[in-house]
Design a protein. Structure first.
Length: 122
């Protein structure tokens, strides 16, 4: 059985939340205060996130869906649980492998790279 998603029947219907790009800006329960931009780098490309969000949220807002490849199977992994319980979001952050980017706050100028397998210390 397929899960049903609720979508407006026409463009005139109001929705409970608003998505700007890939970032949620309005939600019926949560408040998303805009605290200003933060510049960071993903695999050498300059990107912008928002103060107060995690690295994973900033990557997702910039359209990055693939975070790493699993060690044994090589399968792609991305933003999954967002609470630090799985290992799908392990990435290399400022040269440090195995960083859970779903829990790591975004900082100005941080350098983020995809990780393959267990990651290697520099």
């Amino acid at each position: 059985m397929r899960a049903r998603t609720s979508r407006p029947k026409d463009e005139g219907q109001r929705t409970k939340y608003k998505v700007l790009g890939r970032r949620i800006t309005r939600h019926p329960i949560l408040a998303f205060e805009d605290r200003g931009p933060v510049n960071f780098f993903f695999e050498g490309r300059a990107m912008t996130g928002r103060r107060g969000e995690t690295i994973a949220a900033a990557l997702a807002a910039n359209g990055v869906r693939l975070f790493r490849h699993a060690e044994k199977t090589g399968r792609p992994r991305g933003f999954f649980c967002a609470v630090g319980k799985c290992a799908s979001c392990l990435m290399v952050v400022d040269g440090q492998p195995n960083t859970m980017v779903c829990m790591e706050p975004l900082r100005e100028g941080v350098k983020v790279e995809r990780q393959t397998g267990r990651g290697k210390l520099l």
